[in-house]
Design a protein around this ligand. Structure first.
Ligand code: IPE
Ligand code: IPE
Ligand code: MG
Length: 254
């Protein structure tokens, strides 16, 4: 009997991947939260039910990242291409920031989390923008986890915006064409001043970037899982971190 109990405990323990924080913990983790629609479809629910369920995962992953000392966590929430979806779905997605922040903002403030937005804000409905800007304002002095929401974000648009801004500076005579180097472009990205992601996680079995952080992911470690976003847990997150810790990053060197 005792043996069986002992066996049970070793098995339970094995299922929970814990992170060895003595090994290198990624400074910046970026996440493509995908698979909400398929999660809902598998349950004969409308797609929006999958988006609601996915919000719980966002909360769990924020806590998991914070717990192991990740400094920047970027969550891809809405792409510049997602406007192509049915109007009702887009409208629902645009309400999620308010819904998320109405229940979570106080806790984020308490946890010393700083919220930032990556993406183009002009096209967002005013209620969405307001909710986000309130969160940004209320958390701007926090120096704990930096939580970046990529919303109406497109990697190509981000690069175009940066290049246009630099071109304007050249036109104005502030900058010469030769001064447009990698550093100059990097600083003009939405992520200016934020280190590039060390680890990218994508859920739902899709092995692509879908226009996400095209510049910043040049040397990022990529980790894909078939798990759909609403089913993704802290354990999956820690699994990704553990895998990251086993990788050798060479950046072209030997
Ligand atoms: C991710 O889930 C959420 C957003 C892209 C906004 P999806 O809605 O893309 O879910 P699938 O890929 O259709 O299952
Ligand atoms: C990428 O997922 C965008 C977000 C997770 C916000 P999509 O579901 O839009 O990507 P594709 O269409 O499968 O490439
Ligand atoms: Mg998808």
């Amino acid at each position: 009997m005792l043996e069986r109990i002992a066996h049970f405990f070793t098995r339970t323990k094995k299922q929970t991947t814990s992170v060895d924080t003595n090994l290198s913990v990624p400074v910046h983790v970026a996440v493509i939260m995908d698979g909400n629609g398929r999660w809902a479809k598998a349950r004969s629910l409308p797609r929006i039910a999958g988006h609601s369920a996915g919000m719980k995962t966002v909360k769990e992953v924020v806590k998991a990242a914070d717990a192991i000392g990740v400094k920047y966590l970027t969550m891809y929430a809405f792409s510049t291409e997602n406007w192509k979806r049915p109007r009702e779905e887009v409208e629902f997605l645009m309400k999620l920031p308010q819904e998320f922040l109405s229940t979570e903002l106080d806790e984020l403030v308490e946890r010393n989390v700083c919220v930032k937005i990556l993406g183009s804000r002009e096209e967002l409905p005013s209620h969405t923008r307001q909710a986000l800007e309130t969160a940004v304002e209320k958390t701007k002095h926090n120096d704990g986890l930096q939580l970046l929401f990529a919303l109406n974000y497109g990697g190509r648009k981000e690069i175009c915006d940066a290049v246009q801004e630099l071109a304007r500076q050249v036109e104005a005579g502030i900058l010469s064409a030769e001064q447009i180097d990698e550093k100059a472009i990097e600083q003009k990205l939405y992520t200016g001043g934020i280190p590039e992601p060390d680890l990218l996680i994508r859920t739902s079995g899709e092995i692509r970037l879908s226009n996400f952080m095209l510049w910043q992911l040049a040397y990022t470690e990529l980790w894909f899982t078939d798990v759909l976003w609403p089913d993704f847990t802290k354990e999956h997150f820690n699994e990704a971190i553990a895998e990251y810790q086993r990788r050798a990053r060479r950046y072209g060197a030997v």
